[in-house]
Ligand binder design. Structure first.
Ligand code: NDP
Length: 336
């Protein structure tokens, strides 16, 4: 069983040198356990925070242990009556090829139906990132049909699901993403009404804000923030009175860069509500979210793209690449 462990903590920017590949034997199964062979590993921005040992909402990743991570795979050995060899499951198997799971613990494994939704989608659109988009949109922004909603990191895993969910609610949905290709994909494949390439605006808040004014002629009623910093400042200038912001991520600061907010007085002037959230604390919405997202994928209304790295040894580089925007859609690792 090949595994990636966290070897040392990043000083500033994370790098592949923070990780180490190790090999271990999988232990024989105890009663109630199953052996899962992972088909795909999910790489997600939150893992960057776990690499630090500073205080956060979640415990930091211990050094020398297998990196935390969501996985989909199949049961290859079972000593639990609820699971048979061949069952497809989603769990938190970590950065490794196999995991031994105590299936009696509630919530550690979930069987999934791959007849209408591909297995890998359970890590993206029909998994944690999809539910993240759902929670922020449906429970924080609560948009009405005809309103304008926006999102940053628009072509990524969360952004892709957000567009489909917002369109299903009759909203005008405008994305912000890095690069011409991602923006074209956002409007042509993901259903965005418009998508702005922030890289064209070279850190100029006024310039990006002007582009947002053109794309959102009625202003912004709800914004879903994934990035922070100057991009968020540009959005703030276009927010309507009584608008809302779901603060989901601040990826521009994950390597320790400051992400100041230039103009907090806009919150007051516009009587805005800004709410942060952690999707894993909102388990009550997961069933309804997964149902809607599964249907959107099965019906072809949400066709999420995936960037797939090959083999566990490719995980560190793919992870660093995802933090830098080299992924196009959901970043996965296929375990060979
Ligand atoms: P993505 O698939 O969107 O990948 C990350 C993307 O972030 C990159 O592709 C890149 O897109 C963008 N990015 C990275 N650095 C910058 C930067 N400095 N400025 C602007 N854009 C940048 O990841 P996810 O969809 O999985 O996650 C999106 C966000 O949601 C993250 O902030 C994540 O932490 C957050 N999240 C929060 C959760 C919660 O419970 N609160 C749960 C899940 C995710 P581009 O090329 O367009 O720049």
């Amino acid at each position: 069983n090949r595994q990636i462990v966290l070897d040392n903590r990043p000083q500033g920017e994370a790098s592949v040198q923070n990780f180490r590949l190790v090999t271990s034997e999988t232990p024989p199964l105890q009663e109630g356990q199953v052996l899962v062979r992972h088909h795909f590993l999910s790489l997600d921005p939150y893992m960057r925070g776990r690499m630090n040992d500073s205080k956060s909402y979640a415990a930091s990743q211990p050094l020398g242990e297998v990196m935390i991570g969501g996985t989909v795979g199949e049961i290859v050995e079972s000593r639990h009556e609820g699971y048979c060899v061949g069952d497809k499951v989603v769990g938190m198997g970590g950065w490794q090829e196999y995991s031994v799971v105590d299936a009696n613990q509630s919530g550690v494994l979930r069987k999934v139906d791959t007849s209408r939704v591909p297995l890998s989608a359970y890590l993206g659109a029909v998994g944690m990132p999809g539910v993240t988009a759902y929670y922020g949109l449906v429970h924080i922004l609560e948009p009405k049909a005809g309103q304008t909603v926006t999102v940053t990191a628009a072509a990524g895993a969360v952004g892709s699901a957000y567009a489909a969910l917002a369109k299903a609610r009759g909203c005008r949905v405008v994305g912000i993403a890095g690069g011409y290709e991602k923006c074209r994909y956002a409007t042509q494949e993901l259903g965005y009404d418009a998508c702005i390439d922030y890289k064209e605006h070279r850190n100029e808040v006024r310039s990006l804000s002007q582009a947002l004014r053109d794309a959102c002629p009625d202003g912004i009623d709800g914004h879903f923030e994934n990035v922070g910093g100057w991009i968020m400042d540009a959005v703030m200038l276009r927010m309507n009175a009584f608008s809302r912001m779901a603060l989901c991520g601040l990826i521009a600061g994950y390597d320790g860069q400051p992400v100041p907010m230039a103009n907090p007085s806009l919150i007051l002037i516009n009587r805005m509500r800004i709410e942060g959230f952690i999707v894993s604390e909102q388990m009550q919405v997961w069933p309804a979210a997964l149902k809607e997202l599964g249907e959107l994928v099965a019906e072809g209304k949400l066709r999420p793209r995936e960037s797939i790295a090959q083999g566990i040894e490719a995980a560190p580089e793919a992870f660093i690449g995802m933090l830098k925007g080299r992924n196009f859609g959901k970043q996965l690792v296929k375990l060979l």
